[in-house]
Design a protein around this ligand. Structure first.
Ligand SMILES: [Zn+2]
Ligand SMILES: [Zn+2]
Length: 138
């Protein structure tokens, strides 16, 4: 199955109306590891779709997050960032330029005693600091 067909199939399964804009949003997310914000996606696509509104991007992202196709990251205090790489992984965020890098590594952690009566299904490690580029110019 080619890429477009696969994407169309995904949207169909989600019960989403298939618009070229929505396909472009999913395609953009699948082809980047930059963890873009809704604004980044809007800016990247608005030339191709001059009639697309920011609300369309935002609403599409909400649906994709709700259906588990895209993850919403709360690690950037200035804005929500989105990640189409949905299998469990960890992140590094640069406190200067906001770059988010994936950390694909398994961390062996012990569930803390105070959570023993909860069902823990996931955890995330967030590294913070300066990325390679920002470290150089500091
Ligand atoms: Zn940086
Ligand atoms: Zn990620």
């Amino acid at each position: 199955m080619d890429e477009l067909k696969r994407r169309l199939e995904t949207y169909r399964k989600l019960g989403l109306k298939l618009t070229p804009q929505r396909l472009a949003i999913l395609e953009y997310l699948e082809n980047t590891r930059e963890h873009p914000s809704a604004e980044d996606i809007y800016n990247a696509l608005k030339e191709r779709f001059p009639s697309m509104s920011f609300a369309t991007v935002y609403n599409t992202l909400e649906v994709l997050v709700e259906r588990g196709l895209v993850k919403e990251l709360g690690i950037d205090p200035s804005k929500k960032r989105f990640d189409s790489f949905t299998h469990p992984h960890h992140h590094f965020i640069c406190r200067k330029c906001g770059k988010i890098l994936d950390v694909e590594r398994n961390f062996d952690i012990t569930i803390p005693a105070e959570l023993s009566d909860c069902e823990v299904t996931n955890f995330q490690v967030v590294f913070e600091g300066l990325c390679r580029d920002c470290k150089k110019t500091d």
